[in-house]
Design a protein around this ligand. Sequence first.
Ligand code: TXA
Ligand code: MG
Length: 333
Amino acid sequence: MIEDAANPESIESAARMLAAGGIVAMPTETVYGLAADAGNDAAVAEVFAAKGRPADHPLIVHVADRAAALQFASDWPAFADRLAAAFWPGPLTLILPRRVNVASAAAANLPTIGLRCPSHPAAQALLAACARAGVAGLAAPSANPFGRISPTSAAHVAAEFGPDLLVLDGGNCEVGIESTIVDASRGAPVLLRPGQIGAADIEKAAGLPLRSRDQVESADPAAPGSLPSHYAPRAKLRLMNAKALQTALDLIGAELDSTDAQIAIYSRAVLKIRTAQVLQRRMPDDAAATAQQLFAVLREFDQRGARLIWVEAVPETAEWDGVRDRLERAAAA
Ligand code: TXA
Ligand code: MG
């Protein structure tokens, strides 16, 4: 069932369910999460099962603040402190050395743990209510079946998991793509997943140069979360520049005659489309606005029966890193 996250009673009853080992979907500023008590390995196992997620893919633990984070992290380098001070609460996940025997299932038994303090007021309210009920952190992956598009509205979550799951409705997510992940467990910051908070912002706040995952790949034991194919719609997604898009449309236009829309296009360029069988959404010129709507647009294309999704390649500039990463993974599926 979907409940209004602005209702304090819904927050309280969700916290009670979580403290009793249940699962609840919660809004965050990035995407919706499927939450369980991070300290309850059995509840965490249910999250893995509900998502169909392999047990060796660690979950992010959401905490109310830095003090709560220190219940999970055993070591906290100075640059992690600077990053948390700059970006928490907000869409940044820090990978830190994990305290022994704490949140083992959530961390997939890795020696590290991913920690994030979300800024969404409903997530904050839920974490505060959980803390009062003795739950220090919520393990929450994105609330989608493994490998599929992350949900950015309560309706997206309900459509995937059915009416039995309690979904706290906090509206449409503002950021729209998952948090930036920085590994702070190796002495120097390493960018594991681009997001709204960009590489330059991280370097500035950390006071250290960011190393890329590739530069340290050999030292990376599990390389979790690095699957090339991810965030996939059902339809086959291709990335093309505007010129190639127009050429492809010109070539295929004459062939399309069925009654269903078969091709969906997401582009900044204005294209000449000669058939009604093409569904088109305009991509904003702005990276943040595109991130905010990206997953909802891909879901809509799927829902409307598109079999091919053609997306205009995004600019090579840094502010598009997060969107480009999600599109490239979707295209690799
Ligand atoms: O914005 C977000 O981060 C959302 C919301 C719900 O907070 N959560 C999210 O969770 O995207 P999930 O499970 O879909 O993605 C978590 C990513 C995975 O790629 C996982 O491998 C990585 O974080 N991760 C978690 N713990 C890790 C660890 N100890 N070391 C390396 N990567 C880790
Ligand atoms: Mg995910």
